[in-house]
Ligand binder design. Structure first.
Ligand SMILES: [Zn+2]
Length: 704
């Protein structure tokens, strides 16, 4: 505000009065009205000023003071200034206060003296800027964006402001004081209090984004799989439409193909062109709750739209980790559009060193060059990590990993279907496991720790924190190799997925015992390999107790196999004539075979009983043979005793030389043995594919 003093007499003195809110009370009301048809915001400032500066008298000189102008802040890009006041002329002049500051407008009017008041109206226009222009005001037919502020002359004077838009516009007050919305005269009016308190010390006013949805240059895009995206471009910006809208169908279909169906929680998507500045340093944003992608007018590269669209999948429903969502959005964005940027590669060492992906930094409201460098290094690094994985595992596995991240599937697979291990968004640990187990290992990656080492390098994890994982996973995969083709027990797979490595180690100790017992049983009786009893108990063990029970089953099987192996040996041994007589009416092969079948069927008790019977019968053969011969009972008793001893020695020999050929066995039994019973038994054995070792025993015996 400028002041002037006018001497009412010739001898008057020019004395600058003390001006304050107290002696020149003013009130202002500024109205910012959007006029989209004219592409501008019209500002009308109603000023009321009163002079309370009394005349002063010194000697015979009286000085009267008058007020004939006031100053106030105006937008630097304001044009078409005019002023009016009742019963007189008013003029406005504007003085720039330099780059980044509001300008000073001064309205001059017929002066008012002590006790007088005057109302003045100042009007000027803020033209909307062209797309991508430096002017931050947009006043388009579909999209407007501007800030309004109170025009106070003195601090503490009443200074209200309001924003008026055509009622067809919806208004989002995104910054500063929140205004009261009402309707008046077919217009939407947002009004401040008479003297609002600034909502934040750095900014006094209100910024709005106003949309007339019907006026957008709007297009609907529906993907092959039915994903719906509506693009909303400014009708005044055909260049953006061509770059973004024109490529969107291809982008959408390619994303869907590479990622999979959109999560059910995600509704139809709107992708809207917005003022660059509103994104405060960014070039696009995605709000999963509103299903709204906002893409800057500056983003003429379709990559930005692809990236933001990808956030319909990759947001906090995908992972709590910002770097994972950003990394995936950028990786897939670059995969699906022909951007000159190409795939993300390893950032330079300085950029990499500045980044800690575990602590994602967002741009502050007024970003510096350093802020931009850091944030950009984060994006590059996140994208590089995901790209490395994507390139190694291939498109199909990447899609499988992503789908498993969404569904909460267990990384460590069992049979037949992957269980769900979580109902929340993936942690980086979940993603790491899925990428490793469902992507990298199946793709042939041999270094189990490759990805976790990479995550350490980019700050996601600490080396120490991952040491247990490395050790336990190595043991886990050793166990899988040892038990191939079995899957790991359920309890163990869940322990691994939950990073409960101590429990997993304990489980693997039990699993190793089960594996050992099983191997031993198969070695004793190869037919045991056909049985899935232990495998089922092992794989289905969902608790440590059930795993312990599986060990009991395996040990029982091993014990039974020991008995059955003895029976097979006893049945297969070569007999002397007395023993053969003793065995007339007995069928050792049949009873041993029955024991094998029972063993394979996991009827362990009958198997053991049958095996023991077989052995006992075999061992008693000489005695019963002697008894049958009658006359030589006494001698037979003595011979029988000797025969048992011989048999036992031979049995041991047979166990160690179990590799005689099948042909030898068959020939021997069919040519040398006169008794019909063993010959039949032998035939039935080869039909039922009984064990090689049993046949070998009998063959070796016959040759003697
Ligand atoms: Zn993003």
């Amino acid at each position: 505000m400028r002041m002037a003093a006018l001497a009412s007499m010739m001898l008057s003195l020019l004395v600058p009065p003390t001006v304050s809110a107290g002696n020149v009370p003013t009130s202002t009301s500024a109205t910012y009205e959007l006029i989209p048809e004219a592409g501008l915001v019209r500002v009308t400032i109603a000023i009321s000023v009163t002079s309370l500066i009394p005349s002063t008298t010194q000697g015979n000189v009286t000085t009267d003071y008058f007020i004939d102008n006031v100053s106030f802040a105006v937008k630097p890009d304001g044009v078409n200034f005019s002023a009016s006041t009742a019963g007189g002329a008013a003029t406005v002049s504007v003085q720039s206060e330099g780059e980044g500051f509001l300008s000073t407008g001064t309205v001059t009017f017929p002066g008012i003296f002590y006790g007088q008041s005057r109302s003045i109206t100042v009007v000027y226009d803020i033209p909307g800027g062209a797309p991508r222009s430096g002017n931050p005001t947009r006043a388009g037919m579909a999209y407007a964006n501007f800030c309004a502020f109170p025009v106070g002359v003195y601090t503490g004077d009443p200074a209200s402001y309001q924003i008026v838009v055509p009622s067809r516009f919806t208004v989002d007050q995104f910054g500063g004081n929140q205004l009261q919305e009402s309707t008046s005269d077919g217009k939407k009016v947002l009004s401040s209090e008479s003297t609002p308190t600034p909502s934040d010390p750095g900014f006094y006013g209100t910024c709005i984004e106003a949309l007339d949805a019907a006026a957008f240059s709007e297009r609907e895009h529906i993907s092959v799989g039915g994903i719906k995206v509506t693009t909303q471009a400014w009708p005044e910006d055909p260049a953006w439409s061509e770059a973004v809208v024109g490529t969107l169908d291809d982008t959408l279909n390619a994303l869907e193909e590479r990622i999979g169906p959109l999560p059910a929680t995600q509704g139809a998507i709107t992708l809207r062109e917005v003022l660059g500045e509103i994104l405060v340093g960014y070039i696009g944003s995605f709000d999963p709750e509103l299903s709204l992608a906002r893409v800057s007018e500056d983003a003429l590269d379709p990559l930005v739209a692809a990236h933001e669209l990808a956030h319909a999948w990759f947001n906090d429903t995908f992972s709590e980790e910002v770097w994972l969502s950003e990394g995936h959005a950028e990786f897939l964005g670059r995969e699906v559009v022909a951007s000159e940027l190409g795939p993300c590669t390893r950032p330079d060492p300085a950029a990499l060193a500045s980044v800690d992906l575990s602590d994602w930094t967002f741009l502050p409201a007024l970003p510096t060059a350093e802020d931009y460098a850091l944030v950009s290094a984060q994006y590059d690094t996140a994208c590089w990590v995901v790209t490395e994985v994507g390139q190694r595992v291939g498109e199909d596995a990447m899609r499988e990993i992503i789908e498993a991240v969404f569904s909460g599937e267990i990384p460590y697979l069992g049979e037949p279907e992957a269980e769900t291990v979580r109902g929340h968004a993936a942690t980086w640990q979940d993603w790491l496991d899925l990428a490793d187990e469902r992507g990298l290992l199946p793709a042939g990656e041999t270094d189990l720790d490759w990805l976790q080492d990479l995550l350490v390098e980019v700050g996601v994890a600490s080396e120490r924190g991952l040491a247990d994982r490395a050790d336990t996973r190595a043991s886990y995969h050793d166990l899988l190799d040892a038990t191939d083709p079995w899957h790991a027990p359920t309890v163990l797979r869940f322990d691994m997925a939950r990073w409960e490595f101590d429990e997993a180690v304990e489980g693997m100790e039990v699993a190793a015992q089960i594996d050992e017992a099983r191997d031993s049983a198969v070695e004793l009786v190869p037919e045991v390999a056909e049985s899935d009893t232990v495998e089922t108990a092992y794989e289905n063990a969902g608790t440590p107790e059930e795993l312990a029970e599986a060990l009991t089953v395996a040990e029982t099987e091993e014990a039974a196999a020991t008995e059955v192996a003895a029976a097979l040996t006893a049945a297969g041994i070569d007999r002397n004539p007395i023993e053969l007589i003793g065995l007339i009416g007995e069928d050792l092969d049949a009873s041993a075979s029955a024991a094998v079948e029972e063993l394979v069927a996991a009827d362990f008790d009958p198997a053991i009983a049958n095996a023991e019977d077989t052995v006992q019968t075999a061992e008693g053969a000489a005695l019963s043979g002697g008894l049958r011969l009658g006359g030589v009972v006494v001698a037979a008793g003595a011979i029988g005793g000797g025969a048992v001893l011989v048999r036992r020695r031979r049995r041991r020999g047979a166990e160690t030389e179990a590799a005689d050929t099948d042909t030898a066995a068959t020939e021997a039994t069919s040519t040398d043995m006169a008794e019909p019973a063993p010959a039949e038994t032998d035939t039935s054995r080869s039909d039922t594919a009984q064990s090689d070792s049993a046949k070998s025993d009998s063959g070796g015996g016959s040759d003697d």
